[in-house]
Design a protein around this ligand. Structure first.
Ligand SMILES: Cc1cc2nc3c(=O)[nH]c(=O)nc-3n(C[C@H](O)[C@H](O)[C@H](O)COP(=O)(O)O)c2cc1C
Length: 177
C-alpha cells in the first residue's frame, strides 16, 4: 500500500507542484554554504545549498541564486564571491544568513580572501571565485564562477548538512547543539 508520501504516478501533462518538488529534492542530502560578496564595510551573504562543482580544468563551480536575492547587485559590483562550506557548529550562521538582514555579518569573524572577497574565517573550507557567467534558470539565476583561491583551515571540522528541510550533522559527528 502506498503512503501519502509516495509520489510515483505523476503524469507528464500534469504540472509538478512546487511543494512536492521541494519535498522530493529535500531527500537529496547536501552540505550548506554561505555565499559572501561585497566590498569592505558592505559585505553581504546568503545561505545556499545549490552549490556544486562543475569542472576541474578549468576550475569551475556554480550555485543557483533566487532572482529576488539582494546579492545580485553586490555580486555584479564585486565581480566575484566566496563559497563558505559551513561547519556543524555554524547552524546559527546558516539561519541568520537565510534572512534578509544586511546585519548578518555583524560579529561574524571574516577576512578578505583572493580577489578581495569576504571569507567567513571559521568555515569548514572556502573557495574564492571570479564570476564568469550567469544563466537564466526559471525563478533562479545560475551563477558560474572560476575558482581563484581555496582554503581548508585546521583543525578540520565536521560539516553542517541539510536533509528533508532540516539542518544537522553526519551520524557520528558532533551534535549541532
Ligand atoms: C539550507 C538553506 C539552503 C538555501 N539554499 C538556497 C539556494 O540555493 N539559493 C537561494 O537563492 N536561496 C537559498 N536559500 C534561501 C536564502 O538563504 C534566503 O531566502 C535568502 O537569504 C533571503 O534573501 P537574500 O538572498 O536576499 O538574502 C536557502 C536557505 C536555507 C536555510
Amino acid at each position: 500500500m502506498s503512503s501519502p508520501l509516495t509520489l510515483t504516478h505523476q503524469r507528464p501533462t500534469e504540472p509538478i507542484e512546487p511543494g512536492q518538488l521541494r519535498r522530493v529534492c529535500g531527500l537529496f542530502v547536501t552540505g550548506v554554504t554561505v555565499i559572501t560578496t561585497g566590498t569592505e564595510g558592505r559585505e553581504v551573504g546568503t545561505t545556499v545549498n545549490s552549490f556544486t562543482s562543475v569542472s576541474l580544468d578549468p576550475p569551475l563551480v556554480l550555485f543557483c541564486l533566487h532572482k529576488q536575492s539582494r546579492l545580485h547587485e553586490s555580486l555584479r559590483e564585486t565581480g566575484g564571491f566566496a563559497v563558505n562550506f559551513l561547519a556543524a557548529q555554524q547552524e546559527p550562521l546558516a539561519r541568520s544568513f537565510a534572512g534578509k538582514r544586511a546585519a548578518a555579518f555583524d560579529g561574524v569573524a571574516h577576512h578578505r580572501g583572493a580577489d578581495g572577497v569576504p571569507v567567513l574565517s571559521e568555515a569548514l573550507a572556502h573557495l574564492t571565485c571570479r564570476t564568469v557567467d550567469e544563466y537564466p534558470g526559471g525563478d533562479h539565476t545560475i551563477i558560474l564562477g572560476e575558482v581563484v583561491g581555496i582554503g581548508i583551515p585546521e583543525p578540520r571540522q565536521d560539516p553542517l548538512i541539510f536533509f528533508e528541510g532540516t539542518l544537522g550533522t553526519l551520524p557520528g559527528g558532533q551534535p549541532v547543539r
